[in-house]
Design a protein around this ligand. Structure first.
Ligand code: PNS
Length: 165
């Protein structure tokens, strides 16, 4: 009897901070793969002002996914496709919320395919309540004193509370 190798996927992003939308996409991915590597990019392709440093983002994510045995959280530097290859991952997962996400996601998917043809980018739609949610909105609302409890898990909320009071 032959056993197939486990299907590994990489879910890359900035995750600054990880939202319930990211969590939803990560857990949905486990319906179609055996192991998911949620990977925080040390250098994002977009010039963004960060709220949490990469080690803190990673610490938060490890708390958030502590109850999900198929999910591992790591950081990576350099090209995503090189990292995916190192991880033995053939799938790159990205959440797609709205048409506005499409252009950026399509460009990245095509570039990644040019760089490593064996990698397939797979887009997953988050659950409806998270279809408008983004880490940048969470950062903005939290920094202005708004309630973000319905958008992030308790470990994230706690870090935001410490940061913004
Ligand atoms: O959450 P984000 O910021 O939209 O994620 C963007 C990310 C991290 C997936 C992208 O910037 C990336 O893959 N960075 C790693 C460097 C790389 O491979 N760049 C070329 C991408 S086509």
């Amino acid at each position: 009897m032959t056993t197939s190798p486990p299907i590994v996927a990489v879910y890359p992003g900035s995750f600054d901070p990880v939202t319930l939308g990211h969590e939803d996409v990560a857990r949905r991915t486990l319906r179609v793969c055996d192991r998911l590597v949620v990977a925080v990019a040390e250098s994002s392709s977009q010039s963004k002002r960060h709220l949490f440093e990469v080690p803190e983002r990673l610490e938060i994510m490890r708390e958030v996914f502590a109850g999900d045995p198929g999910i591992e959280c790591v950081s990576f530097s350099g090209l995503l496709v090189d990292f995916a290859r190192e991880m033995g991952a053939r799938f790159i997962v990205r959440g797609l919320r709205a048409v506005s996400d499409f252009e950026y996601e399509f460009q990245m998917a095509q570039m990644n395919r040019e760089l490593w043809d064996a990698a397939e980018t797979v887009f997953l739609a988050p659950d409806v309540p998270y279809s408008f949610l983004s880490a940048s909105l969470v950062r903005e609302v939290a920094s202005l004193g708004g309630d973000v409890t319905s958008f992030v898990s308790p470990p994230v909320h706690e870090r935001l509370r410490r940061r913004f009071g």
